[in-house]
Design a protein around this ligand. Sequence first.
Ligand SMILES: [Zn+2]
Length: 352
Amino acid sequence: MTAYGVVTRNEEEVSWGEFDRGFYEVKDVTGRAAAPLSDAVNMISCFGDNAAVEESPELAPVTADGERATRERPYFDWAYVCPTQPDYRAGILEMIEDAAAENDAVRLDDVGFPRAEYCYCDRCGEQFTAWASEQEGVDDDAERGSDAWFDWRASVISQFVAAATDRIPGRTYLTLYPDPYPGHLYERAGLDLDRLAGHVDEFVVPLYDTAYGTTYWLETIAKGFQTRLADLDVEFSVELYAVNVDVDDLIHAVEVAEAYAREVFLGYDASVAAAALRRMRADRREGTEHGVPSGSDSPDGGDALDSGDSPDSGDAQDSGDSPDSGDARDSGDTPDGGDALDSGDTPDGGRE
Ligand SMILES: [Zn+2]
């Protein structure tokens, strides 16, 4: 049985009865921080932090040309922090420790270098040189951009994840960029899946769309990850974006994702997510297939459930049947609705 979870910034939503698991953003890419919860898997954006970089621009990784990895680059949706920055890194590990003290499972988000062209800061240069001189078979004057440099970057990230998981007594989830193309996560982000699988229990792959009008790409990418991870001792799950998505389309996306993923998580609109799961479960009880073109609403779907169809009907769902939280539902919109996460940009899925 697939487990279903919600991803949210709203404390009360993590315990809604529809969800097997709640992920709560303790720190997101905006840098906004909240206290961790005991009844949720707390999520921490590790090296994505707009606020930190705004305050101290020198935290951002740089290319050889001195370009910082911030939102001024058209391909970055948030600002990055250089993974070798010692004080920032220590602060994140402390945050992870605090989260793990509340709930022994923790999810690490935004782990890695921004892209293959990073980081050319002085500190990274020194650390790479020191590392190269200690490695057997690596030229002492190996240059940045070489194979050895990519290996060093992956060791920086693997060591960070190892230090993080040392502080996580329970399950460690780690979010991956949705790119199963062989070698890409390693070359671009410094994510060596073979090494990371030794530390991480479950990779989470966000596959975000604002409508899920088509799902062939979702199927392709999910299958790509299944193939890539097949020989590793690690699970993988898919996270979908629920904000304003038509409930039928979301259900179809869930069904595609769960063909490959251990769990499916629904992000940032708990009302829509809950409506989809209620309908799915009701239909399964009745043996109805979903994902068939419209006009095929199950006759038994119940009135309240059907009102969940309208894409922007946060209100309609307030009449919803969740036994536990008529009120919570009203606040179901994410609190800081203005930022990139809510504007339909794909937070973790936006890389190219
Ligand atoms: Zn650096």
